[in-house]
Design a protein around this ligand. Structure first.
Ligand SMILES: [Fe+2]
Ligand SMILES: [Fe+2]
Length: 172
């Protein structure tokens, strides 16, 4: 198996693990009646599965072998929505680092189809990190104020919570 194929296969575990973690976060948030945050996380979970699907389709199109990873049981509880979003940010940063690493390998190998595929992921990660940073800051501002937290939750339900983040979710 070529290095690039192996690395893309390894990266699949980041996407599946992220999908699983977002689902666990969605459940934790729903249990706390934060329906807006919860549905945002549920959508993110599906998106991460979509990212894995893109990589799988690429490997199949290139006639390369796909090796699906096993997925670990994710963390089930958080001390606050702030710490939950700290985890989101850290997780997305790790995904970005992995994408960047694969990008360098693809570049060195002169694999243009892979860099073209990965360009989409680079833009996606920029957006994901920007969103996570934005929500983190909002939650810091809200602090212990439940009314502020509920307002942000309502904005997620209304689809306006991230409207000022560059790139915006609707432009995906
Ligand atoms: Fe992803
Ligand atoms: Fe992501």
């Amino acid at each position: 198996m070529q290095e690039l194929t192996r690395e893309i296969n390894n990266h699949l575990s980041f996407e599946f693990q992220a999908s699983h973690t977002y689902l666990a976060m969605s459940i934790w948030l729903r249990e706390r009646d934060l329906a807006g945050f919860s549905s945002y996380m549920q959508i993110k979970s599906q998106e991460e599965r979509g990212h894995a699907d893109r990589l799988i389709a690429y490997l199949v199109d290139c006639d390369e072998q796909v090796e699906l990873p096993s997925v670990e049981a994710p963390q089930r509880s958080w001390t606050s929505s702030q710490t939950l979003f700290d985890d989101v940010y850290e997780m997305e940063q790790a995904v970005t680092a992995s994408i960047n690493r694969i990008y360098s390998i693809a570049e060195k190998a002169g694999q243009r189809s892979a860099t073209a595929l990965l360009d989409w992921f680079v833009a996606e990660q920029l957006q994901e990190e920007a969103e996570a940073r934005f929500v983190r800051k909002r939650l810091r501002l809200a602090g212990e104020n439940s009314a502020a937290l509920l307002l942000l939750d309502q904005q997620f339900l209304d689809g306006t919570a991230l409207s000022t983040v560059k790139g915006g979710p609707e432009k995906r």
